[in-house]
Design a protein around this ligand. Sequence first.
Ligand SMILES: C[S@@+](CC[C@H](N)C(=O)[O-])C[C@H]1O[C@@H](n2cnc3c(N)ncnc32)[C@H](O)[C@@H]1O
Length: 481
Amino acid sequence: MTETDSSAIVKLLTPEGQSVLDSVDSTLLAADPLQAATALRRRARAHLAATSRPQPADTADTADTADTANAQDVTGPPEAGGATGTSADAGTDTDANTTTESWLREVSAAALTQARLRLRAERKLGPVAQRLYFTAAGLEQATRAAVASYRAERIAGVAPEAGLVGDLCCGVGMDLLALANLGLTVHGVDIDPDTVAVARANVAALGLESSARVSLGDVTTDSPVRPEDCAAVCCDPARRDGGRRIFDPRAYTPPWDTVVELVRRAPAGCLKVAPGIDHALVPTGAGAEWISVGGELKEAALWFGALAEPGTRRATLLPGGSAEAHLGGTPRHPGVSLDPDPGLGDPPLSAPRRYLYEPDDAVIRAGLVGEAAALVDGALLDPQIAYITSDRKVDTPFCRGFEIDEMVPFSVKRLRALVRQRQFGTITIKKRGSAVDVDHLRRQLRPAGPNSATLVLTRIGKKPVCFVCSEVTTPRGTNLA
Ligand SMILES: C[S@@+](CC[C@H](N)C(=O)[O-])C[C@H]1O[C@@H](n2cnc3c(N)ncnc32)[C@H](O)[C@@H]1O
């Protein structure tokens, strides 16, 4: 494993690469990628020629126009002598021209890819994404800003500012940046040289060099960061294999047992896992937390040592949309959490009442449906299905609430008649415990008209039913207070 500077992303991170990246026209890129690529190469060539060619002092005033044009063509990539060098003879000019052209092609392609990745990254990270760098794999695996900030704040609670936080498997650095953004001293390690180069560029992009550093290394063997030397560690193993998502923690890289052992060696630790993790895999002594952002379940975290509340199964809801935390700004996570109530037995069962509640997916995955039912003074419609019914209208961030208008046995024909009769032009279809293909059903129902409704497909016992409802609670993601 060696540090390398051969890849396109590393070339893009040089000052010359940066000037090419700065020349990307993002609006044109979205409208016409081919034209954007051509325009970029033209602009980048002109820009490099204008900014990087040194003018020999004794010939500057008398230089022949043709020579000047020729010399400008060869400026550009450092290896062509363009950025800081000169062209000496015609043979060198030809070689340098070829080098410049291939450098421009490679770096322009990398710049366009980077511009596209930044646009995609905005959804996860907010506007700060436009200042950061990504590899495609790094972005796919990056922690979203809201979650990274939230977890960093939990870690900051046990890691004094002078203590070191190790980010084992730091990727392109989203957790690292969130930790450093809180003033913690962070040392990230990643096994992939390109990823390390990108993480370092991100640290520099946010001006966090005094608190964050990144090293190339294998956390399982020659790691530059030892968990026992840290106040806390976070570890986010790779959960993808050639672009495919891995759901079984035993197939993570590094493997499950290794990462659990690594995190356990620190006084306090956080291990990021996929939200589908089997409760039986949560190691003894660890606490588990399922986190949703704007109502969408995103991930789970296992907490160890001083950060663990052993046996806890917590659901934490973070706001999405414009309320999402920004890595580059002031951290804030006005989230809410739900913990198990050991005094609660199994939730009661009931026939449908006036309201129907759908718990947040984090609540469901954390196994806290009984707690959610207690919050709304409700009961389950079916013991296997996470729909709650209640006579009371309760505004809670942990559930979406719907007023039931009508319950009908599930039948496409009957529903189509109902949609026509009530002029439902906008229908939201939700389902649990139903095998119906929602998109197909929507087409079959042919919605038309000025009214809207939510159709909830489920079953009570073996009976498939549909509730016609309207939402009565504040949509999540906007208000978690
Ligand atoms: C899920 S990503 C980390 C994402 C990161 N938390 C973020 O938010 O940007 C996992 C990373 O683990 C790295 N990795 C895998 N095995 C490793 C090992 N043995 N040592 C160090 N890094 C490793 C991969 O290169 C990958 O970048």
